[in-house]
Design a protein around this ligand. Structure first.
Ligand code: NAP
Length: 240
C-alpha cells in the first residue's frame, strides 16, 4: 500500500511543490493549510490532493486534524513540517505578539505535528519527518530575531528527535532553504531582494521544486540511513 504523507502549509509555495514531488513518487498526499481558502480550493482542484485546515501552532487542533486525516485517508507515515510565517522587525520594533506568534507556529507547529504522529510511526517501525528550517536559522538575519530563533530551534529539534526515532525506523531530518521565489519572498522589498540575490553565488533565487526534490529524497524508502541531518539548498549562499 502507498505511504501516506501530510505536508503542513502544503497548498502553496514550497509546500505545494513538496506535495507534487511526493505524489509523483507514488505517495498518497494530504495537505494542511492555515486559512487561505481560495488557494486551498484552487490547489485541490488542480492536483486532486485533499486539503485540511487547521492551525499547526494549536496543539489540540493539530491532534484533532491528524486524527481526522488518519480516519479518512490512513495512518500517517510521512510528516513534512513546512508551514511557516514571518513577522519581521528589528528587536526594538518587534512586539511580544510577533515574537510569540512566530515561535508558536514555526517551531511549535513541528512539536505539535510530531506529538500527533511520531508515537504511531514508532510503533509501526517506519516513519519520515522532514522539518523545513531556513538559511536564516543557520546564519541569522537582520530584523528576524523571532524567525531565526524558531528556525534555529527547528534544527536542534531535528537532531534531538532523530536520536529518539533512530532505532524505531523513524528518520528525522531538516532542509535549510535559501531564498526561494514564493509569496514569502515576494513580500521582501525589491532593493533588499536585489542585494540578497547579489550574494547568492548561483546568481538567482531558488525554485520551490528544488526544495521539494530534497524532501522527496529524504522521504524515500532508501533514505533510511539518513537521519539527524540538515540539507542546505541555498545556491551556495551559506556554506559550512
Ligand atoms: N520562501 C523562502 O525563501 C524560504 C526560505 C527559507 C525557508 N522557508 C520556509 O519554507 C516554508 C514554506 O515557505 P513558503 O515561502 O512556501 O511560504 P508561503 O508561500 O508564505 O506559504 C506558507 C504556507 O504555510 C501555511 N501556514 C501559515 N501559517 C499556518 C498555520 N498556523 N497553520 C497551518 N498552515 C499555516 C500557509 O497556509 P495559508 O495558505 O492558508 O495561509 C501556506 O500554505 C516556511 O516554513 C518558510 O519559513 C522559505
Amino acid at each position: 500500500m502507498a505511504r501516506v504523507a501530510i505536508v503542513t502549509g502544503g497548498t502553496r509555495g514550497i509546500g505545494k511543490a513538496i506535495c507534487l514531488a511526493l505524489q509523483e513518487d507514488g505517495v498518497t498526499v494530504v495537505a494542511n493549510y492555515g486559512g487561505n481558502e481560495e488557494k486551498a480550493k484552487a490547489f485541490t482542484e488542480e492536483t486532486g490532493i485533499p486539503a485540511y485546515k487547521w492551525d499547526v501552532g494549536d496543539h489540540q487542533a493539530t491532534l484533532a486534524g491528524c486524527e481526522r486525516v488518519e480516519q479518512e485517508v490512513g495512518p500517517i507515515d510521512i510528516v513534512v513540517n513546512n508551514a511557516g510565517i514571518t513577522r519581521d522587525g528589528t528587536l526594538q520594533r518587534m512586539s511580544f505578539e510577533d515574537w510569540d506568534e512566530v515561535i508558536r507556529i514555526n517551531l511549535g507547529g513541528c512539536f505539535n505535528m510530531a506529538k500527533a504522529c511520531f508515537p504511531a510511526m514508532r510503533e509501526r517501525k517506519w516513519g519520515r519527518i522532514v522539518n523545513i528550517g531556513s538559511i536564516n536559522g543557520q546564519a541569522g538575519q537582520y530584523g528576524q530575531v523571532n524567525y531565526a530563533a524558531a528556525k534555529s530551534g527547528i534544527h536542534g529539534f531535528t537532531k534531538a528527535l532523530a536520536q529518539e526515532g533512530a532505532k524505531y525506523g523513524v528518520t528525522v531530518n531538516a532542509i535549510a532553504p535559501g531564498y526561494i521565489d514564493t509569496d514569502m519572498v515576494a513580500a521582501v522589498p525589491e532593493n533588499v531582494l536585489q542585494k540578497i540575490v547579489s550574494r547568492i553565488p548561483i546568481g538567482r533565487l531558488g525554485h520551490a521544486h528544488e526544495i521539494a526534490r530534497g524532501v522527496a529524497f529524504l522521504c524515500a524508502e532508501d533514505g533510511a540511513f539518513v537521519t539527524g541531518s540538515t540539507l542546505s539548498i541555498n545556491g551556495g549562499q551559506h556554506m559550512y
